[in-house]
Ligand binder design. Structure first.
Ligand code: ADE
Length: 244
């Protein structure tokens, strides 16, 4: 999968994504990060890319022309039906489901804003998806772009060593993951739950499912309404809530 990021701060993206699992995926050519410096496309002799908003108001806006030309430069090398995501707190909330669906794209263009925003006309012309990473305001779209690229990439086949690890993890099926333990079995008096040492796989599976339900109920009850619950799951939750 190829990410094309239109930004005023390409070094921020390049440095942020060159280590660990994502760095390895780039080295192995499973994903690619093509940062495009919007400033390279300005026609202004002082390399200016922003200006005052018409009608007055605080701050500066990114101008349409450099962004439009940077976009055209990318699109001439790839399919012109490629999605263009603009990162903004005004967007729809990005989540695991969206990460999985975007991981199916071959190319993805991400536009990072800065300053007070972007001239609306270029957004109207090129953006297909408005996405936000949460209900708070950041100084620019670069951190959200990195968050999104990381979350999308781990759903691209070959990025994680263990393909199973996306299967039973937090937020799969709208449930949080069960607690996990590794050696030693006794850590300063705190023991690993007995069932996990029992070798009884059916019991372990049941225990993990119940812990997953309990954790979701306690920490993210809002998720349960969209979770796929069996009759047994519902009975367990009923017992749990009755006992609290
Ligand atoms: N740009 C600034 N704040 C943002 C947010 N919360 N999500 C996505 N892009 C942003």
């Amino acid at each position: 999968m190829n990410f094309h990021i239109l930004t005023l701060f390409p070094e921020m993206i390049n440095q942020g994504l060159n280590t660990s699992i994502i760095g390895r995926a780039i080295n192995n050519e499973i994903i690619s990060i093509n940062t495009v410096d919007i400033r390279d496309f300005t026609k202004d002799k002082h390399k200016k890319v922003d200006d005052y908003p018409y009608g007055g108001g605080a701050g500066m806006l990114m101008q349409a022309q450099p962004i439009y030309d940077a976009y055209q430069n990318v699109i001439k090398k790839i399919n012109n039906k490629t999605k263009v995501v603009y990162l903004t707190p005004q967007g729809k909330l990005f989540n695991q489901e969206k990460a999985k669906s975007l991981a199916k794209e071959e190319d993805l263009i991400i536009l990072c804003g800065h300053y007070e925003g972007i001239d609306e006309r270029v957004l109207d012309l090129i953006v297909t998806d408005y996405l936000s990473i949460g209900d708070y305001v950041l100084t620019g779209g670069e951190l959200p772009a990195m968050v999104m690229i990381d979350a999308i990439s781990r759903n691209v086949s070959g990025v994680l060593n263990n393909e199973l690890s996306t299967e039973c993890e937090s937020l799969e099926e709208n449930l949080l993951e069960y607690p996990q333990y590794t050696r030693p079995d006794d850590f300063i008096g705190h023991k690993v739950p007995e069932v996990l040492l029992s070798g009884n796989h059916a019991n372990i599976k049941k225990w993990r499912r119940q812990e997953s339900l309990k954790r979701t109920y306690e920490r993210r009850p809002d998720l349960l309404k969209d979770a796929n619950l069996t009759k047994e799951d519902k009975e367990y939750l009923q017992r749990l809530t009755a006992s609290l």
